[in-house]
Design a protein around this ligand. Structure first.
Ligand code: SAM
Length: 278
C-alpha cells in the first residue's frame, strides 16, 4: 500500500470527483428521510495544500488552483454545493485546506444521517478516527473496504450512497470495480453507487462499464473528464465515474458543468468529456 492521497489532493481528478459527489449528496438532502453514505476508500479526510507532500507534486495547482475565477453561470450553479463545502472548510481550518470525501460527507450530513468511512492503511485509519471521534454522524472502520462494504448493506436507513474510490495499485481493479458494484447492487438494488476509475486509455474503462452493464439491471451514468488527449497511455489523461441509480438531474448537471470544467482543467488546452446514460 504505497498510495497516499496527500500527493494528489485537490488535483483535477479530485475536483471532478468531489464536484459530482457534492451534487449527488445535495440531491439526497432534498428528502427529509435520513440516508447513509459509505466511503469504502476514505483517505485521511482533510489535506493541507501547503504541506511538503502536496507541494512535491503540486498537482493541486492544476486542479483546485485553477478554480479561482468563475467558469460560467450554468457551470457555477452546478458547482454550488462543492463551492459551499470549500468555503466552510477554508473558514474552519484555514484557506490552504482541501476536503477529501470524508470531510465533504461530514460537512453535508444532517444529524439523523450516517457516514461510514473505511480505510485500510492503519495510520490513515487512525488519523481518520481521531479526526471524527466526536462526530456523532461519522463512524470510521479500519478494514478492507472492498470486503467490508458487503457486510454494511442494505443499511438500516434503506436510502444511501456508496463511494468506491480505490487507488488502482493492483492490476484488474477496473473490472473489480464493476464486479464489486454488481455484487453490492444484487444485495441492495436501490443504493446509489459511485465508482471512480482512472483513464490512461479507454480499454479498461470500456471493460469496466461493459461488465457492469452485463451484470445489473439498473440505470447507469458514465461520466468522464479528460485533461489530456488519449495519445499517451503512460500518463493519467483523465478519469471517470460510473453512477448506478443516479439522481435524475445528474446527467443534465454534468452536461452543464463539464464543457467548462474540462476546458479549465485541461493541461494543454485538450480537455474533453462525455456523459452517457446507459
Ligand atoms: C484515492 S484515495 C481515497 C481518496 C478519498 N476517497 C477522497 O476522495 O478524498 C484511496 C485510499 O484508499 C486506501 N485503500 C487502499 N486499499 C484499500 C482497501 N482495500 N480498503 C480500504 N481502503 C483502501 C488508501 O490507503 C487511500 O487512502
Amino acid at each position: 500500500m504505497n498510495y497516499r492521497h496527500i500527493f494528489h489532493a485537490g488535483n483535477a481528478v479530485d475536483v471532478f470527483k468531489h464536484a459530482v459527489l457534492c451534487r449527488i449528496l445535495s440531491h439526497a438532502l432534498k428528502k427529509e428521510t435520513p440516508f447513509r453514505v459509505i466511503d469504502t476508500h476514505a483517505g485521511i479526510g482533510l489535506y493541507d495544500l501547503t504541506s511538503t507532500q502536496a507541494n512535491k507534486t503540486s498537482e493541486w495547482r492544476e486542479g483546485i488552483g485553477r478554480l479561482k475565477e468563475p467558469l460560467s453561470a450554468e457551470a457555477d450553479e452546478v458547482l454550488e454545493p462543492y463551492h459551499t463545502i470549500l468555503a466552510k472548510v477554508r473558514e474552519r481550518f484555514g484557506q490552504t485546506f482541501y476536503p477529501g470525501s470524508p470531510q465533504i460527507i461530514r460537512e453535508m450530513l444532517r444529524p439523523g444521517d450516517k457516514g461510514i468511512l473505511i480505510e485500510r492503511h492503519p495510520e490513515d485509519a487512525k488519523r481518520l478516527k481521531q479526526r471524527y471521534d466526536r462526530a456523532a454522524t461519522i463512524k470510521v472502520l479500519s478494514l478492507d473496504g472492498w470486503i467490508a462494504l458487503h457486510g454494511l448493506i442494505p443499511p438500516p436507513e434503506k436510502r444511501g450512497i456508496v463511494l468506491i474510490d480505490p487507488p488502482y495499485e493492483e492490476p484488474g481493479e477496473h473490472v473489480r470495480l464493476a464486479q464489486e458494484i454488481s455484487k453490492a447492487w444484487r444485495k441492495w438494488p436501490s443504493g446509489v453507487y459511485i465508482g471512480w476509475y482512472p483513464i490512461k486509455e479507454l480499454g479498461p474503462a470500456n471493460e469496466c462499464v461493459s461488465v457492469l452493464q452485463g451484470a445489473i439491471n439498473a440505470d447507469i451514468l458514465r461520466i468522464e473528464m479528460l485533461t489530456d488527449p488519449l495519445n499517451d497511455p503512460s500518463r493519467l489523461n483523465g478519469s471517470g465515474l460510473v453512477v448506478v441509480n443516479p439522481p435524475w438531474t445528474l446527467a443534465q448537471d454534468m452536461q452543464a458543468l463539464l464543457p467548462y470544467l474540462s476546458q479549465r482543467l485541461a493541461k494543454n488546452g485538450a480537455g474533453d468529456y462525455r456523459v452517457l446514460a446507459l
